[in-house]
Design a protein around this ligand. Structure first.
Ligand code: LLP
Length: 436
């Protein structure tokens, strides 16, 4: 069994996280329950920040909060000196509600509304990452009307696309995000922005994908973007001060995943940028990164209660949990794989093979296709590892199932940070129909 962060097995054979028995947490808060190992989150954050410090490179490590956006996690991110990236008015609102420093908030998105951009300007956030020509025009209009300056980055697609272990380079990047680096659109965006009175162009942003294991993909993207910076310097005497290389650092979900330490990815990136900048004689820009999954992914564990069993003779044995695709859509959506243990039988021999089904009305609602576990009984607690990123944040109310509660654990202590959604919560936006 692979344990993450502060996970241990107690004398009674229970899974503990942060020195807290998960069976006690399940009793106290019910299930499904997300449990976050906050010491592990801090360790990951410091790992990124320290790598830049060691290399003496000015940097911002911006937590990509789409992975898990709640008031409490923004508060921890603030304590750790992280910046954050938000992609909607809702994420911005949550960060502000958490008291997150506005100048360290970056705003992303391929279709930010006038309302969202106005909210970002009102809040005086640190930076807006411009995604398309429509947004350039909108922002010019808004900042000019308001006579307000705003720092911006141009998001480019560098023609490097990465998925897990492989990456490909494409001539023309067919992406809904950003300006293509090779077909002239990035240059056009640059010309529209670099001498604007209110939009302060700081540099470029790129993000090449998610759950990436290959350092070469990041370095290649970095090289392509720095080359473009050098071109703009030569042609327009424009000195870029920021290079944002996005997120996407892969993590271990199962034994098939073999990620490098986050520091290794970052170190490789830094070397690539340094080499390229030196070659072209440009000032080393500040390097920003946006890790989401690699900050919160393995810090999160979901606890479920096992309910019904079904045996399909000669085919498989199902055990069903009290959650499923409503709190973890990733297996259904991406065929994502997870490992799990029976948290109250963590030392018992793995004598059985099961398929773990969710409780939602959809045949594809399976959390784990095949797993070896001890004999599972109704009432046992199943703990699924590595659910901290894109689990709660992609949760839904399908079948009018309430979203789970979230607990943070650290140093033997625990605290509820998101309440369980109640039936009352589920209907609070509904209005009686009274037209007839
Ligand atoms: N920066 C930008 C501009 C992004 O679009 C993303 C993720 C990140 C940073 C953070 O990437 P990370 O470090 O978390 O890989 N729902 C999918 C992942 C979607 C990622 C979207 N963008 C999943 O569950 O795998």
């Amino acid at each position: 069994m692979h344990l993450y962060g502060t996970q241990t097995i107690t004398e009674q054979g229970h899974l503990a996280i942060g020195g807290v028995d998960t069976i006690e947490l399940a009793k106290q808060y019910g299930t499904p329950l997300f449990v976050y190992d906050i010491a592990l989150f801090r360790e990951r954050a410091r790992g990124f920040i320290d790598t830049f410090k060691k290399e003496n490179v000015r940097a911002q490590v911006a937590y990509a909060s789409k992975a898990f956006s709640t008031v409490a996690i923004y508060q921890v991110a603030k304590q750790e000196g992280l910046s954050v990236d938000v992609v909607s008015g809702g994420e911005l609102y949550t960060a502000l509600k958490a008291g997150f420093p506005t100048d360290k908030i970056h705003f992303h998105g391929n279709n930010k509304s006038v309302e969202e951009l106005t909210y970002a300007l009102d809040s005086k956030i640190g930076c807006i990452v411009i995604d398309n020509f429509y947004e350039i025009e909108l922002l010019k209009q808004l900042t000019t009307e308001r006579q307000q300056k705003m720092a911006v980055l141009i998001r480019v697609t560098p023609g490097v696309e990465a998925h897990t272990h492989d990456f490909i380079t494409t001539g023309q990047a067919d992406s809904k995000f950003g300006f293509d680096l090779s077909n002239g659109q990035a240059d056009e965006a640059f010309k529209a922005l670099y001498d604007h009175e209110y939009l302060e162009l700081k540099g470029m942003h790129c993000h090449i994908g998610s759950q990436i294991f290959d350092t070469e993909a990041f370095s290649l993207a970095a090289k392509k973007v720095v080359d473009k910076m050098a071109e703009w310097k030569k042609d327009y005497q424009f000195e870029a001060t920021v290079l944002n290389l996005g997120g996407g650092f892969g993590i271990r979900y199962t034994e098939e995943d073999t990620p490098l330490e986050p520091a290794v990815y970052v170190d490789d990136m830094i070397q690539a940028v340094k080499k390229e900048a030196a070659e072209f004689g440009i000032e080393l820009p500040e390097i920003w990164i946006e890790p989401g999954r690699s900050l919160v992914g393995d810090a999160g564990t979901t606890l479920y209660t096992i309910g019904s069993h079904k045996t399909v003779p000669n085919v498989r044995e199902y055990i069903a949990i009290d959650g499923g695709m409503s709190d973890n859509i990733r297996p259904a959506l991406y065929d994502a794989k997870y490992e799990a243990v029976i948290a109250n039988k963590a030392t018992a021999a793995l004598t059985k093979t099961y398929t773990v089904a969710g409780k939602l009305c959809e045949s594809g609602d399976k959390i784990i296709e095949t797993i070896s576990l001890p004999e599972a009984e109704t009432g046992d607690i199943l703990a699924t590892f590595c659910t901290g990123a894109y689990g709660y944040s992609m949760a839904s109310n399908y079948n009018r199932v309430g979203r789970p509660a979230v607990v943070f654990v650290e140093n033997g202590q625990y605290q509820l940070v998101v309440k369980r959604e109640t039936y009352e919560d589920l209907t609070k936006l509904d209005v009686d129909y009274t037209l007839v």
